[in-house]
Design a protein around this ligand. Structure first.
Ligand code: 5BU
Length: 457
């Protein structure tokens, strides 16, 4: 069976349909693909197995898996015919004490090829890869029967995976049109539907109002450098700003470490922010109940809400903390701590995911996340799970990798920004340099060059 015959057969058995279909999400789609029933047609099943074998014959892998349910029987046949072991992962949550979620025998470090029926976005494939990787199985390649996505191949490539597909949506359209099985109008509808989907994604970019302001300032100053000005008196504080203020897009403060803090500090800080054109970000790491953080943010000695555009927020106390902080205020947003840079921190993957879920509901109050990673790819994967187009701010950045004596861990500017950091937060890398101004300039230029290539090509 060749590809053309295969597509025609799929159409015949109703596995690919064109018309008007209401999807689970409520969206009306002009096409619908469902390959589940293929197993009831032996010739078709045999045909797809042969096509898949041909597709993967030159790839390197030790075993095969199929994503349940649709792709599993297909993967089993391919594996048996290629004399490769098969494993799969149970869909159900693991009951206590059942051991690995993977069914089948394998050794850690084994390279596994993943077969699936369809791909719509790279996200679910990435989740699959991660669950296998957690079990010590290496995933590099995905093979799908139909690629109906806009650019899942690129999304996966960015994360270090390769997508191979038997056939794309476009190929199916061309083929069916050639056979007069699909009219012009239907084809137009499908194309329009896909274009709308992708422009919808683009339009929803950066709904947080403050984010626009930050992005504009970044472009105006050609800088995505945030200075973490962790010094303990006003003289050093403003002395440093005199040197580096024009290089940074935002100033990150820990106002409570200024030992000679008095009523002159904030007006002076605001004058600098105005003259040197930077935003202010108090890294207060709020973590209490809504009522308490409201006082901490708006009242007390520091009255942070009077002068800081951004603050950091822990999600430990639950999402209502956002309401406590921001409700009824304008011109303020939070960065949620989804990962930290310090060794042994307790913000694990599950915690990050919960942060994303909570933040998803409050785009007006969450401008982005604070995060870190062990490598560029680790950061890319982390960022790809953000619910929308939130910004990623990254502390723990220096020219060279390393650590301090109290648990801080550093990655390089290049890894941070290539991985997806929108701004880098740098403290001692600049503060302890012999010439802070030269150093700030260097950090700015190096981070901006990569960011610009990534976001403003
Ligand atoms: P450094 O001097 O570049 O190591 O300073 C880093 C700053 O970022 C410092 O003010 C920390 O409080 C802050 N920080 C961090 O280092 N790691 C984190 O995960 C978070 C904040 Br959140």
């Amino acid at each position: 069976m060749n590809k053309e015959q295969f597509v025609l057969e799929l159409k015949k058995i109703g596995a690919i349909k064109f018309g008007s279909f209401t999807l689970k999400s409520g969206i009306i789609s002009p096409f619908y693909f469902d390959l589940r029933d293929m197993i009831s047609f032996p010739a078709l099943l045999d045909g797809v197995v042969e096509l898949l074998k041909e597709k993967i014959k030159d790839l390197e892998f030790d075993m095969i898996t199929g994503i349940p349910y649709t792709a599993l029987p297909i993967a089993a046949l391919v594996a048996a015919k290629m004399n490769k072991p098969l494993v799969y992962m149970r869909k159900e949550e693991k009951a206590y004490g059942m051991g690995s979620k993977v069914i089948g025998k394998f050794a850690k470090g084994t390279k596994c090829l993943v077969i699936d029926d369809l791909i719509t976005t790279g996200a679910s494939k990435m989740e699959t890869a991660e669950s296998y990787e957690k079990e010590g199985i290496i995933i590099e390649d995905f093979v799908v029967i139909i690629d109906r996505s806009a650019n899942a191949g690129k999304e996966l490539a960015d994360l270090g995976y390769t997508l191979h597909s038997l056939i794309s949506l476009d190929e199916i359209l061309v083929l069916l049109q050639r056979k007069s099985l699909l009219n012009e109008d239907r084809i137009k509808a499908v194309k329009m539907f896909n274009e709308n989907l992708s422009s919808h994604v683009k339009q929803s970019k950066y709904v947080n109002p403050l984010t626009q302001k930050l992005l504009q300032k970044m472009r105006d100053k050609s800088s995505n450098l945030v200075l973490s000005l962790d010094v303990t008196n006003q003289k050093e504080f403003f002395g440093m700003l005199d040197q580096v203020g024009d290089q940074i897009v935002m100033l990150k403060t820990h106002v409570d470490i200024i030992e000679d803090f008095d009523e002159r500090f904030i007006p002076r800080l605001l004058r600098y922010a105005n003259q040197q054109n930077f935003l202010i970000f108090e890294d207060r790491k709020f973590a209490d109940i809504g009522n308490t953080v409201r006082h901490q943010f708006r009242e007390g000695v520091y009255r942070i809400a009077d002068w800081a555009e951004y603050v950091t927020v822990h999600m430990l106390a639950g999402e209502m903390i956002l309401q406590g902080l921001f409700e009824g205020l304008e011109g303020h947003s939070g960065f949620v701590l989804a990962r930290m840079s310090s060794k042994g921190n307790l913000l694990n993957e599950n915690y990050s995911r919960n942060c994303f879920e909570a933040a998803r509901k409050y785009p007006q109050w969450v401008a982005g996340f604070i995060g870190h990673g062990s490598s560029m790819e680790d950061i890319k994967r982390f960022k790809s799970k953000f619910p929308g187009n939130e910004l990623l701010l990254m502390p723990g950045v220096k020219k060279e990798e390393g650590a301090d004596a109290m648990g801080q861990q550093y990655i390089t500017i290049e890894e941070a920004v290539s991985g997806g950091a929108d701004c880098i937060i740098v403290g001692r890398g600049i503060l302890e340099a012999e010439e802070p101004r030269t150093e700030a300039k260097l950090y700015r230029e190096r981070a901006w060059r990569i960011y610009k290539k990534r976001e403003l090509p």
